[in-house]
Design a protein around this ligand. Structure first.
Ligand SMILES: Cc1cc2nc3c(=O)[nH]c(=O)nc-3n(C[C@H](O)[C@H](O)[C@H](O)COP(=O)(O)O)c2cc1C
Length: 372
């Protein structure tokens, strides 16, 4: 039986609802070409800006792994260790807008039915920077980009008026979104930082500015661990480190919590979910909470740089899911948000009564020891 993976999100038609997120997998024309050939429905380009970008010495991203016997989390490679997370302090694309423009055009000409979203970023706080946002938006859409993703979320910027510093300020979220919407002819998504008190506030500000969708999560602010033997951070330059971003499996539950807050606050709006997705099992949670598309970074980086096996697993998982639920659902749109209402306040969760109360120590080994 053939199923229909296609979906329409913010007015854009996707052959499947899976995108590579803005990150190394989408930093070049050759990567994006390989990604489309592998089957991704869309890509969000590595974030494009107008200011010069120079990354730090050495590795921009590394992977943390954990060992089953001692739950040790480390960047050191050990046999039998499983992926825990990615850690990065990579800035936005170090290629210019002039470099990107012809490439966006060529990619769209070669793949007219695939979706290319241009991720863009400029500063804030004055009209000149707002014009930079508009210039980036106009160029990208002029070259054929199907949509724009405004990066209000990079957690480690070398400028204070950019990235998550915009995403932490509801006034800036509104003003920048509105400035881009003034010139945009294509849908505008805003990618928010999860590192705020209440993302609902910034999401509301973006919607006030005219955003067509909210994208979440970018990486979470984090530090690598200190090696107890060398007393050095596992990644450092001249012994120094700065806050970077955590992605991959470790952030899945955190990103789901953020997404649930957003989709519950704005059940009629559009959301694209990111964080810890490597196959359909995780993607399903995002759809069931109300997302219309799902994006992937870390898992793809570890799979031939653009995730050919990841997209195969995502598509196969979606097919199997739709076949299993063929009696009630025939597309992503049909089950989008089907479990959103299951997230409630603690006070709304049922409690045992009288003798049935066991202190909640039912789970795993630790319970037996505590209650004896
Ligand atoms: C090395 C690296 C570079 C990234 N660069 C960007 C970027 O330029 N723009 C952006 O919006 N997000 C960037 N991200 C964040 C990812 O797009 C994504 O939101 C995050 O990694 C969480 O997804 P994951 O758990 O699938 O990795 C980057 C992530 C990594 C690991």
């Amino acid at each position: 039986m053939s199923v229909d993976r296609s979906t329409t999100f913010t007015g854009i038609h996707f052959e499947n609802p899976f995108l590579l997120s803005s990150a190394p997998p989408t930093e070049s024309e050759s990567n994006i070409t390989r990604a489309f050939e592998a089957g991704w429905g869309g890509v969000v380009t590595k974030t494009i800006g107008l200011h010069p970008v120079v990354n730090v010495y050495g590795a921009k991203a590394k992977f943390m792994r954990t060992t089953p016997d001692d739950a040790n989390v480390s960047m050191k490679k050990r046999p039998g260790a499983a992926l825990h997370s990615s850690w990065n302090w990579e800035l936005i694309s170090d290629k210019t807008l002039e470099w990107w423009a012809p490439r966006i055009r060529r990619i769209k000409e070669a793949f007219p039915n695939k979706v290319l979203i241009a991720s863009i970023m400029a500063g804030s706080g004055n009209d000149r920077e707002l014009r930079h946002w508009q210039e980036l938006a106009e160029t990208a859409q002029g070259e054929g980009a199907d949509g724009l993703e405004l990066n209000f979320s990079c957690p480690h910027m070398d400028r204070r008026d950019m990235g998550s510093n915009i995403g932490k300020d509801q006034g800036l979220c509104s003003v920048v979104t509105e400035a881009v919407k003034e010139v945009a002819k294509v849908p505008v998504w805003t990618k928010l930082t999860p590192a705020t008190q209440d993302m609902v506030v910034e999401a509301a500000a973006c919607f006030r500015g005219g955003a067509d969708a909210i994208v979440s999560s970018n990486t979470f602010p984090s530090l690598p661990v200190i090696d107890p033997e060398t007393l050095e951070f596992e990644i450092n330059v001249d012994g120094l480190v700065s806050s970077g971003g955590l992605g991959g499996p470790a952030i899945l539950p955190l990103a789901l919590a953020k997404m649930a807050q957003l989709t519950k606050a704005f059940p009629d709006k559009n959301f694209s979910g990111i964080g810890g997705v490597s196959d359909f099992n995780q993607a399903a949670s995002y759809f069931l909470l109300g997302c219309g598309t799902v994006q992937v970074c870390t898992a793809a980086m570890l799979d031939s740089a653009v995730g050919p096996n990841v997209i195969k697993r995502l598509n196969a998982g979606l097919d199997a899911f739709l076949e299993n639920h063929a009696d009630k659902w025939s597309s992503v749109e049909d089950f989008r948000g089907a479990r959103r209402d299951r997230v409630v306040a603690q006070s709304a969760i049922r409690r045992p009564e009288g003798d049935a109360y066991d202190g909640g120590y039912e789970v795993e080994g630790y319970a037996a020891q505590l209650s004896s």
